[in-house]
Design a protein around this ligand. Sequence first.
Ligand code: HEC
Ligand code: HEC
Length: 480
Amino acid sequence: MREWRFTRRRTRGGPPPHHAEGVSSTRRGEGLGVGVFMATAFAASAGVGFAALLLVAHWSGAPPAHAQQATDPLLSLKAKFARPAFVPNPPGNPPTAAKVALGKRLFEDPELSSTGTIACRSCHDPKLAFTDGESTGKGVTGKPLVRHTPTLWNLAWSPLLFWDGRAASLEEQIRFPVEHPDEMGSTLENGVARLSRHDSYAQAFAQAFPQDARITPDNIAKALAAYERTLVSPPTRFDRWVAGEQGALTPSEVNGFAIFTGKGRCSECHSGFAFTDHGFYDIGLPSEDPGRGPIVGLPVATHAFKVPTLRELAWTAPYMHDGSLGTLDDVVRIYEMGGVSRPTRAKDLPDIINLTDQERADLVAFLESLSSETPPHPSTEAWVNAAPPVRQPAPRDTTIVSQRNKLFSPQHVRLERGRTLTILNDDTRTHNVRIFDKRFDFNSGAQEPHESVTIRFPGPGTFEAFCGIHPSMRLTVEVR
Ligand code: HEC
Ligand code: HEC
């Protein structure tokens, strides 16, 4: 394992926005001896944690393809894009057929808008893979919106919603389009009043929410969110290829995959079955939109937008948060040229990518293999309705956590009360450790590579931490 040195956390002009008591730089581990000791302990724990992660990754999705193990050199790469085994539904809003059916009906009903003319479907059209085909759409006022309407595929896996991640769950997200003056111009309370005029809704809510059979803002949001989690993009030829059918992709598409995962470095961010790590990056588009920056209060996240899924792109043009690019060829050319060079531009992006015309065509052909050949419908695979396995690997007793490759490792830690937890940025990216908790609101600010953050917890309990820039990074800390 490579030698690892960590520097003391830089002190900024004043404490981070929330709860400065939590941060205490690495004062305790300042001496060189302690530092070396910590690095060793960390190396050991990171190794074990990573092994556990591999186990989780394997068991949560990758279909075993033992038969080709020896013959297919792409096998481990393919496994990274294998389809999952379950949809992560939150415990507070388990799906039922009645709830999902109600959610679909609400999604298609213009009664949620002030004018009774605009439904969610007006902008997220199922016939256009839940987009509107416009650079920027229009709602009740007819004024063009500020950002492009994104597709709704595979959002069950997205920890944060919107191009800038300002909503923390699908349930929370619903009120934004309903209340936006130019989108639906209404409120969920108005929605309740309008829906209550229809007897059939009283019945549908009673069936969907037997414990609390009322038309309420909460139940509207829950039904819509449960429906949205069923919008899993269907398998395409690419999935058959990943599952072992060699001839499912053409040689050109296979070469495109090699570029995507190789010199294009696309899979640094477009990873997993949905081709997104759900993180936020500035890819150098010449737009003035500050994106995630103001939401997290971090200049380093300026111009950063959520990585969109690359599934069903053939049906979702135009592309990007501003809808500025009309074709996949345009998109690839932007990456080739490298975009606007500025300090926030993601370090994962190569400065330029040299592609021949054939290679560019191959990359585009590969991207197209992620789309259905006829207008896509949500997946009907059996696993979409399967119950999740009992997750969480067993907690590890450690006081040090790694962040390499956008992963907290280990992901589940047990800590004696009174001990501090040190989170080391041994990654190449800036991270932002956050804990939102009634007892403890923690925000590390921008944590640059090689900086460590030390957290002192307020007392016993279980705390969930995540990264504000790469929110798929999750860490559970049990303080005893
Ligand atoms: C007038 C057009 C319009 C309507 C109506 C509309 N949306 Fe959207 N939707 C958008 C736009 C534009 C965005 C992106 C906004 C942003 O990121 O700032 C968006 C974003 C979203 C997202 C986030 C997607 C992601 O990748 O994070 C979800 C989920 C969503 N809408 C669901 C809904 C639901 C549910 C409704 C109905 C209650 C609805 N929308 C109504 C235009 C619309
Ligand atoms: C550093 C992370 C990162 C890398 C590497 C990356 N992308 Fe992206 N990609 C993004 C982000 C973020 C967006 C959205 C940007 C925006 O709208 O401002 C995006 C958008 C896209 C879109 C538009 C999707 C849509 O629905 O609007 C396509 C297509 C795409 N990327 C393909 C690629 C390809 C091909 C490569 C490799 C050449 C690549 N990406 C490399 C982060 C990345």
